[in-house]
Ligand binder design. Structure first.
Ligand code: NAD
Length: 354
């Protein structure tokens, strides 16, 4: 690649430290100034949220969170924020919780402090998502980018090993797809490569012992880098496939990403030798596909879309929906035929075709 590029860096403070979330949140709230705070956390995240917000004054604790931000839930949360005269949003939880805070920020312009507890990465992007009548729409708006992200690996130790692996591979997918996404450039590729290195090192430690803080820190650091790379590079082929499958057939987000990734990497590798070399080097492996497969085996990663809710008869329709969304930047030409082969293999969990 010649060194001619255009790159936008999103402005955001990041505070990273295990066991420091409550302290860092109090300091950030004080730095931003007096005002009414709305804490958003799902009922499953309530215990974590109570501990993290123990040092701040909370006007409204809000827990009506659902996956993929249904518009009705967004409107209800927006109305609650206005009714209580809220000045600052604090979201503590996974991507669904962050997504609801973003939906509120979108219409109210309120600032967000995000405290993530999974590896989804939404906290580092200016992308919002909303679901209306089973259709998910996404868009970009700088108003939804959290002004501060507080990372504390201790908050992730309660995430079960299986979900941690799926969520971590979702982050890894941000990195791999960033290598050839529409706005891929040397900066987001460098971030993505370091993200792969950190996730490849951290996730096996998490898998072996979900309480291992060193592994959790590496995975969280890698997840942050992956999200910054993804926010900058945009959605590549992998994300377009997962977006369609998740939105149209209600497949679980992290597991779908984890399952589809090896197929897209195998599909694109030969046509993107520079990306292939960088991904392989980040894995410390001779080739990119081998590096990913080795990690997936080590993690006992999810293997077949049929196990996650995709029906075989949906494949032709899914292929049509995906085909219209594949970015022109994709290194290998995508046809109805080769995409069908890819989705069928991901459905069955068979060995990816290169
Ligand atoms: P999620 O937020 O739905 O969380 C999954 C489950 O894990 C939930 O039940 C949650 O309560 C639980 N959980 C969260 N943290 C936990 C912890 N520390 N311990 C125990 N349980 C915990 O799922 P997700 O994968 O984090 O996020 C997926 C959503 O994020 C999707 O809607 C996706 O579209 C969105 N997303 C958006 C962006 C963006 O840039 N806008 C980026 C990535 C993901």
């Amino acid at each position: 690649m010649s060194l001619v590029f255009e790159h936008t860096t999103l402005g955001q403070r990041v505070l990273f430290g295990s066991g420091k979330a409550a302290e860092n949140l109090a300091a950030e709230v004080a730095r931003i100034g007096p005002g009414k705070v709305m804490v958003i956390a799902s009922e499953f995240e309530a215990v974590i949220a109570a501990a993290v917000s123990q040092n701040i004054e909370v006007t409204l604790m809000y827990d009506d969170v659902a996956p993929h931000v249904p518009i009705e839930k967004a409107d209800k949360a927006r109305a609650a924020a206005v009714r209580h005269g809220i000045d600052l949003l604090v979201c503590i939880g996974g991507g669904s919780t962050t997504g609801l805070a973003k939906a509120v920020a979108m219409t109210t312009g309120l600032p967000i402090i995000a405290v993530p507890t999974t590896y989804a990465g939404s906290e580092a992007t200016n992308v919002w998502g909303l679901t209306e009548a089973s259709r998910k729409t996404t868009g970009v708006d700088d108003k939804v980018l959290p002004i501060t992200v507080i990372y504390d690996a201790e908050l992730t130790t309660s995430l079960p090993a299986e979900l941690s692996v799926a969520s971590g591979l979702n982050a890894l997918a941000h990195c791999v797809d960033s290598m050839w996404a529409p706005r891929a450039d040397p900066i987001n590729q460098a971030l993505a490569a370091e993200g792969i290195r950190a996730l490849n090192q951290g996730l096996p430690l998490v898998k072996d012992d979900p309480e291992d803080l060193a592994g959790r820190e590496l995975a969280l650091y890698g997840a942050y880098l992956s999200a910054v790379a993804f926010a900058s590079a945009g959605s590549g082929m992998h994300h377009k496939i997962c977006h369609v499958l998740g939105g149209a057939y209600n497949l679980p987000h992290a597991q779908t990403h984890a399952t589809v990734l090896p197929y897209v990497l195998a599909f694109n590798s030969a046509a993107a030798p520079e990306a292939e070399r960088r991904i392989a080097a980040a894995f410390g492996s001779e080739d990119a596909v081998g590096g990913l497969n080795q990690l997936r085996e080590r993690l006992d990663a999810p293997t077949a879309l049929k196990n996650h809710g995709l029906a075989e008869e949906d494949i032709p329709e899914a292929v049509e929906l995906i085909l219209s969304q594949i970015p022109t930047s994709n290194p290998r030409a995508v046809t109805r035929e080769n995409l069908t082969v890819l989705i069928q293999a991901a459905f069955a969990g068979s060995v990816p075709e290169v």
